[in-house]
Design a protein around this ligand. Structure first.
Ligand code: ZN
Length: 405
């Protein structure tokens, strides 16, 4: 069976060391290169959609999380507070929302600034029990693609629809194939903040934004502060989890006393929309490793172009081409040890999308022979053309390894 933990080890993407602790994986250079490419893509997508990125620390004073309600409603899933002195306690944050509420509150806000979209790919922590931890899919240190969109109440419907569009765009680029959409509402036997009328209004808004999308209703799956739309995936073992989410929150703006000045000069309460386009980097990669069986699209492959000189006489030319590829923004390596056959097999094992072979003939005429990961081979071509070809596929973030004819 395909298992991201085994592939992650074979492809040297990440490692879980018991000395570091369960649920605290370490990203190795190959995994970090792929993740970096995905993070850059997500930030660019958000920037083009009007998001403003911030940085905030992964821990904060106990009082911040009392104010947000997390310590009252969510303490079971948090690490215990750390005490520096009698009146100075800190907690590892279980969510980014409290810090982003403080971004909104950093100065007076006008209706002209709304929706104000505050985004961060930030760290947070959950005190998962060691029995449920595994590879990247359930971890204790989480790097979340997160944002909080502060809206006027009448903007919420359009904002949620636009977020759903961005989710679909990100999924298409990454190769995520959702198993379904879920409208997560309140259920019996659980505690929720807020009143019935507010919940009914929020659930109706999400139902309306979903128009045309097939979604199942899931009672009991709402957040403690509001209903949400979740996009579900299924892993290779058949386990379902949430990869993307859009959540409505009327509660935190109250708790943090957030307000903006409306066009008539009156003070109004914004609505806080929590959203994640692709979830945490950990869960996203657990899924991407399995769904692509380690063969990522070229744009986020750890090594995009592996150069193989057929013998010692071609090694200098291979290293020169490697430097040119790197200068062109590609991730390239030279492999010069062992037989050519063994190196070709190793490139296939590593799922490298492009292998460039340099023999005596190629070195003599300044060309390179490209072999694609899917078995296709191209006729020798000038080296600059080969770099242009790979560069064009990477820049377009296409799933195919050849540019459209
Ligand atoms: Zn949030």
């Amino acid at each position: 069976m395909i298992d991201h933990r085994r592939l992650g080890r074979d492809l040297e993407l990440f490692v879980s060391d018991p000395l570091a602790g369960a649920g605290l994986p370490i990203w190795l250079p190959a995994g970090a290169a792929a993740r970096h490419a995905v993070e850059e893509y997500v930030r660019e997508l958000e920037r083009r959609a009007g998001y403003r990125h911030v940085y905030s620390p992964p821990l904060g004073k106990r009082e911040l999380f009392e104010r947000s309600g997390h310590l009252g409603w969510f303490a079971d899933e948090m690490f215990p507070p750390m005490r520096l002195s009698a009146d100075d306690e800190f907690v590892l944050r279980p969510a980014l929302c409290p810090h982003h509420a403080l971004v909104f509150a950093a100065r007076g806000r006008s209706y002209r600034e709304l929706p104000l979209r505050v985004a961060e790919l930030g760290g947070m922590y959950r005190a998962e029990r060691s029995g449920v931890l595994g590879g990247l899919s359930r971890v204790r240190a989480i790097s979340l693609n997160d944002a909080h969109n502060f809206c006027a109440p009448e903007q919420v419907g359009d904002e949620v629809r636009e977020i759903l569009r961005l989710i679909r765009e990100a999924h298409a680029a990454l190769g995520v194939r959702p198993a379904g959409f879920r409208l997560s509402v309140r259920g019996p036997g659980q505690r929720y903040v807020g009143d019935d009328a507010g919940w009914a209004r929020a659930e109706d808004l999400l139902r309306a934004a979903l128009d045309g999308v097939d979604a199942v209703e899931a009672p009991g799956e709402a957040a403690f502060y509001g209903p949400k739309i979740d996009v579900q995936i299924v892993d290779a073992a058949g386990r379902e989890s949430t990869i993307s989410t859009v959540q409505l929150d009327f509660d935190k703006p109250e708790r943090f006393d957030l307000s903006y000045t409306d066009s008539d000069g009156s003070r109004k309460r914004p609505v806080m929309v929590h959203r994640s386009l692709v979830g945490s980097m950990e869960r996203l990669f657990a899924y991407l490793i399995e769904v692509h069986q380690g063969a990522f699209p070229a744009w986020y492959a750890p090594v995009q172009l592996l150069l193989l000189p057929t013998g010692d006489a071609q090694a200098d030319a291979a290293r020169r081409l490697c430097r040119e590829a790197e200068a062109a923004g590609l991730r390239a390596e030279v492999d010069e040890s062992g037989s050519l056959g063994a190196r070709v097999r190793d490139a296939a094992r590593r799922r490298v999308p492009y292998v460039g072979v340099l023999g005596a003939r190629e070195v003599a005429d300044g060309s390179v022979s490209l072999r694609l990961r899917d078995g296709r081979g191209l006729d020798p071509m000038p080296r600059a053309d080969a770099l242009r070809l790979v560069g064009a596929v990477v820049a377009s973030r296409s799933a195919d390894l050849l540019p459209p004819a």
